[in-house]
Design a protein around this ligand. Structure first.
Ligand code: TMP
Length: 243
């Protein structure tokens, strides 16, 4: 199949319709700016199902996304967008780079959700940006930045509530947004255990509770089992709400 773009976790191909693209989710896993590489069996299919389910849930809550449908396992039809060069991270609980950079203890509940912007630039190692750096680098207008911030916070509210019903704590996550031909701002990329920190509420042990890519990053084992469990809980929660 012709490729438009191949990233670390997905291959994007054109379709007969220029407004629609096909995203093929891969089993490849990378961490620490691709210094650690591996594969997670069935990850592509699981992340596609999980992302598809979460995008549909968010659409129902009024959040516009690039999601269309899933023609086959591991494949998502998406609206063509130009991806903004920003990664938007929302944090509810301190973990990962926030702890490393600030000294906050892992697990500290933040007094309000922290929204951060990172520069999507592999050569620079995706650095943390400030509002003025974004404006100086022309990565976004102030108005668009404010829209990104409010959309990210709304998405956090919906995702936190949904995951909580699945017995999962949403610690933090990363979003990407894109603009379609009409300049509509759509939530894009994926929302999966690759891009979220998810802690099992039934576990107290800091290693046992991890249900996301930290299992791969930190060599905790049982990575596939954790992703399967996230998928099973999400799908069963959606069945409960739709019945
Ligand atoms: P961090 O603590 O490493 O900055 O990550 C914050 C969240 O963003 C975490 O849920 C993992 C996610 N993330 C990505 O999806 N892609 C990335 O390249 C990075 C650095 C983080």
């Amino acid at each position: 199949m012709e490729k438009l773009y191949e990233g670390k976790a997905k291959i994007i191909s054109p379709s007969d319709d220029p407004k629609i693209l096909l995203s093929q989710f891969k089993d490849d896993a990378t961490a620490y700016n691709a210094q650690k590489r591996g594969t997670i069996a069935q990850k592509g299919e699981m992340n596609c199902r999980i992302s598809g389910a979460l995008f549909q849930m968010l659409e129902k809550q009024g959040i516009a996304t690039h999601y269309i449908d899933e023609p086959a396992p591991g494949q998502m039809r998406i609206k063509a967008v130009t991806i903004l060069p920003l990664e938007v991270v929302v944090r509810n609980i301190a973990a990962g780079s926030l702890c490393r950079q600030t000294g906050l203890e892992q697990g500290t509940v933040l007094p309000f959700p922290l929204v951060e912007f990172y520069y999507k630039n592999d050569e620079l190692g995706d650095p943390l940006l400030t509002r003025d750096r974004i404006l100086i680098l022309n990565l976004s207008s102030l108005n668009q930045l404010e829209q990104l911030q409010s959309k990210a916070l709304a998405i956090n509210t919906h995702l936190k509530t949904f995951f909580s019903r699945c017995g999962i704590t949403l610690v933090d996550f990363k979003l990407e947004f894109g603009l379609d031909a009409e300049q509509n701002l759509l939530l894009a990329d994926e929302i999966s255990p690759d891009t979220c920190r998810l802690w099992d509420q039934s576990q107290t042990d800091p290693k046992a509770r991890v249900m996301d890519k930290d299992r791969f990053r930190q060599d905790l084992g049982d990575v596939e089992t954790a992703y399967q469990e996230v998928q099973a809980r999400i799908l069963s929660q959606l069945e409960t709400t739709s019945s």
